[in-house]
Design a protein around this ligand. Sequence first.
Ligand SMILES: Nc1ncnc2c1ncn2[C@@H]1O[C@H](COP(=O)(O)OP(=O)(O)OP(=O)(O)O)[C@@H](O)[C@H]1O
Ligand SMILES: C[C@@](O)(CCOP(=O)(O)OP(=O)(O)O)CC(=O)O
Length: 386
Amino acid sequence: MAEQQDIHRASTFAPVNIAVIKYWGKRDTKLNLPTNSSLSVTLSQDDLRTHTTASCSLSFTKDTLTLNGEDQDISGARTQACFKELRKLRRSVEAEDTSAAKLSAMGLRIVSENNFPTAAGLASSAAGFAALVRSIANLYALPSTPTELSRIARQGSGSACRSLFGGYAGWHQGSQNDGSDSVAYEVAPASHWPDMRALILVASAEKKGVSSTAGMQQTVATSALFQRRVEVIVPERMAAMEKAVKEKDFAAFAQLTTRDSNSFHACCADTDPPIFYMNDTSRAAVRMCEAINAQAGSTICAYTFDAGPNAVIYYLAANEATVAGTFKALLGTKTGWESEKGKAVEAAQEVPQGMEVAAELLDKGVSRIILTGVGDGPRRTDEHLC
Ligand SMILES: Nc1ncnc2c1ncn2[C@@H]1O[C@H](COP(=O)(O)OP(=O)(O)OP(=O)(O)O)[C@@H](O)[C@H]1O
Ligand SMILES: C[C@@](O)(CCOP(=O)(O)OP(=O)(O)O)CC(=O)O
């Protein structure tokens, strides 16, 4: 009981984000500084989220992290960098207010749960490190802004910095050697363009072959296409994407999203030895999206793929019946449609013509679907995991 009273704790939920202009490549591996800026959509925590409790106590003799019930190795430089930076900020709080408890000197116990597969290309590291940093910042009562915390989360996993924000978040590559200006920022809150939806076709829930961290550095070292991507293509697309989001121009958003995903995967194929994250199921999803747009006579859906075969398909709520409805007609027996959002979608009566091969590949390769949409940033909670 005495120990219980000495435990300080704080908890948070943090979201996944899926980039529409991809981060791929580091200019500094130690500080995790990217070769290009990126932009993402934060997905709703009603569907995908990390829940993390950070606690500390004089009775905790060392720092620990438990993820989905399993003890994790936290000796890695990335997790250590996050702990170190957060403790430093807490020490400033304690120096300013001498009555503040000396939490910075206590061991940290972090307990975390992802409600989706870990390391399967569903951006678990993004939600995971955002939740880790946000929960410790809450525990330490740090006055830091989400931007300041994004600088720390970036050192855990690059894409995590964008998960400190809801809605549409950018990450400035920055130019300082110490990484102080390589931070995330809000392009627009979810409320600005709330009808953005995302349908995720889970083509593999297994741990991927080449990690993002390793894959991107092989690309930096060997791909010739990559140079043009970071120097010309991405800077132009970042500006165009910010404009598309601000003006709620879905056709422009979709064009940029699909072309940037294809540019990123082209750089992966141009890596020596080549890296293939997309598979036949992924390519069938691309074809189906193209057919849906062709049938609609306008661009109503956009696909994007991270470092894995899962497709993320963005569309607006007004086109749910056509976009999600087509996939429900094709994949209606898969897990995921039984959710509230899934049940609300009616299977389309008509599916695009001449797409039998793609339909068969999708049926064979997709194991489940997740229906979600744009959502807000980390949410504090009193539900503690320990
Ligand atoms: N809740 C969490 N708390 C702390 N760390 C986490 C958490 N979830 C995931 N991680 C870390 O992230 C790693 C997985 O990251 P990885 O980049 O391999 O996959 P991913 O994030 O699912 O895919 P991607 O980033 O390519 O979309 C895990 O092995 C773990 O170290
Ligand atoms: C394809 C991506 O999802 C790559 C994400 O890479 P990570 O953020 O997982 O990489 P590390 O910084 O090495 O942890 C694109 C993106 O999210 O922008």
